[in-house]
Design a protein around this ligand. Sequence first.
Ligand SMILES: [Zn+2]
Ligand SMILES: [Zn+2]
Length: 156
Amino acid sequence: MQTATHAEFLKLCRKIGWKCTSQRLAVYEFLQGNHAHPDVDTVWFAVRSALPTITRESVYRILNEFTEMGIIGRLDHIDNARYDSRVGAHGHFICGQCGEISDFDWPEGAVIPPEMLSRGVSHMEIRLVGICRRCAAATGGSAPSQANDFPNNQPK
Ligand SMILES: [Zn+2]
Ligand SMILES: [Zn+2]
């Protein structure tokens, strides 16, 4: 029997010219039903129940393929603690190339869902990842523009 997710993935593969392998499908199906931002090991563990021979490297490769195609997102730069002399809610811009982190003021009008604020919030941050000016200048180009995916830039 074919699930809705399976059908959806077949359609997606056809659109981008991918082979719909059982490995890709398993990873896709797991991620679609999971909103806990799993890491590669969690995904690997989950898909191994259906595909016992799948390697961690394969799962990692598939996750990267999905990320490059924009099928999933990836949260980078969260493994190592960084320490901050500025306390209180503010934003961080992280350069995806050199790792430089800079602060920006909390954007006026940013609305945090009240049901989240009622959970004993002890840290508030907005994190943007991009290319810093120095890295952009070093590579001779400007930062790639993907800004259309982000809320501020949605057509009114
Ligand atoms: Zn940089
Ligand atoms: Zn900071």
